[in-house]
Design a protein around this ligand. Sequence first.
Ligand SMILES: Cc1cc2nc3c(=O)[nH]c(=O)nc-3n(C[C@H](O)[C@H](O)[C@H](O)COP(=O)(O)OP(=O)(O)OC[C@H]3O[C@@H](n4cnc5c(N)ncnc54)[C@H](O)[C@@H]3O)c2cc1C
Length: 458
Amino acid sequence: MLKTYTYPEFAYRPSPEQQAGQTVCHLSLALDCATRGVRTVVLDDNNTVSIGSRAVCYAKRTLEIWDRLGLGESLAERGIQWQVGKVFFGETQAYQFNLLPEAHHKMPAMINLQQYHLEEALVRACEQHPLVDLRWKNKLTALSQDDDRVQLSLENPDGCFELQAHWVVAADGANSDTRRMVGAHFGGQVFQDRFLIADVVMKADFPTERWFWFDPPFHRNQSVLLHKQCDSVWRIDFQLGRDADPEEEKKPEKVIPRIQAMLGDVPFELEWVSVYQFACRRADRFRHGRVLLIGDAAHQVSPFGARGANSGVQDADNLAWKLAMVVQGLAPAQLLNSYDDERAFAADDNLRNSTRSTDFISPKSRASLRLRNAVLELARSEPFARPLVNSGRLSTPTPYSASALNTSDADEFAGSMQPGAPCADAPVEVNQQSRWLLELLRGGFVLLSFGPGAEPLH
Ligand SMILES: Cc1cc2nc3c(=O)[nH]c(=O)nc-3n(C[C@H](O)[C@H](O)[C@H](O)COP(=O)(O)OP(=O)(O)OC[C@H]3O[C@@H](n4cnc5c(N)ncnc54)[C@H](O)[C@@H]3O)c2cc1C
C-alpha cells in the first residue's frame, strides 16, 4: 500500500473460446497494432500494474512514439519534465549537462513518472480501443507452434484452456516463461553490486534536475541518484556495494538515517523501499518462428541510462508496422526477420552503454577506481573530460545503420539523419498553421522532398 497511489484492480472475466487469427501481445504494441486495424489479445497473469518502484525516466523518442499513439501530450503533462543533470564528486558539483539545449521540440528531453502511472495510462488507452482485448489473470503455461499457428495453454481462475494465435509477442519480462518455452538462450553479465531504492514523499524545492553523486560526504565511497517523480514522490538510489545484506538494508531504522544524512532537516515519509541487483543480457534471437520476444523478455539492462522500458517501447514501435503488414497479407513473414536484426543491434548498443555505466559507477579494481576519480576531478575544469564521466548515458534511439531495409544511395549523407536514423522532430507551417513534422509523417511511408523545384507528389 503506497501513500500516494492505490493500485487499481482490473476486472477479470472468463475467456470466450478464441479463434485463430488474433495476436497475443503487450500494451504499447497492442495500441500500435490497433491503430493499424489489427486485433490483439493481451494476456497478463496479474490484474494490476507494476508493483513498487521500477522505471522512472522516459526519453524524448519514447514520448514521440506514445504521441503517435495519442498519449504523448498527456504523459508529458503528467510527468516531471527535465533536461538538466548535475554530477557531484565529493563535496561539490563537478559539472552539469543539458540533454536538449535547443528549443522547438514538441516532446521534452525526458520525463519522470512512476512506472505504475505509466502502465495505468496505457491500460486505460487499451480499454478504450475495441481492437484490444485485455485479459487479466490469464497465465501462459505452455506453448507449441507449427508453420501456421501457435497453440497456447492458459490458466485462469476458471481453469485451463487452449488458445490459438497466428503470432505471439512475448512481453513477459526478464524472467520470461515464453523465452524458456521457445528454448531461447539468455546470456550476459550479472552484477553483484546492490542498490537501495528509497521513494520518499516530501515537499522540497530542489530544482527538477537529475542529481548524481559520486562519493558524497553523506554516503562515502558509494554513489547516490536523486529524481523527482510526480505526487511529491522523490526517488533516491543508494549504491550499497557487494556485501550488503538486503534484508537488513531495507529496515526503516537503517534507511531513514541514510536519507536524513542526505537531506538534512527536510521532513519526509517513506513511500517504498527495496534492494535490487541487475544484469545485462539478451536473448540470442528475438524471433523464434511465430513467437517474437520484446522488452525485458528479449533484453535486460542495468537501470543506469533508463534504457529498459525505453528500449521496450522502441521494440514495439519497430515491430508493430511489420506485424500489421504481415497479418494483413501485405508483406511476407520474412519482414519480421528485420525486427530481429534491427532490435538485436539496438539491444547490443543499449547493453554496451549500460554495462559501461555500471563499470564506471562501481569500478572493479583499485586501478579503475583511481582512473575514475581522476576523470571526475578533471571534469570540474576540463570540458574534454566530461564525456568520459559515465553516470548513465541516457536513452537515445539507436540508428539502424546496417539494416537490410535501408536502400543504398550513391550520394553521401551529411548530418545525423543517415539512412536508418530516427527522424528528428521540428516545427513546420502547413496552410498557415503551426504543426510538428512527426505529426505529419504518421500513417505509413512518406517521401520528404527538399530544395527548389520540389513539387508536392500525389
Ligand atoms: C530499479 C529499476 C529502475 C528502472 N528504471 C528505469 C527507467 O528509469 N527507465 C526505463 O526505461 N526503464 C527502467 N527500468 C526497466 C523497466 O522497469 C523494465 O525495462 C520494464 O518494466 C520492462 O517492461 P516489460 O513489459 O518488458 O516487462 P515487465 O514490466 O516485467 O512486465 C511483464 C508482464 O508479464 C506478465 N507475465 C509474466 N509471466 C507471464 C505469464 N506466464 N503469463 C502471462 N503474463 C505473464 C507480468 O505479470 C507482467 O505484467 C528500471 C528497472 C528497475 C528494476
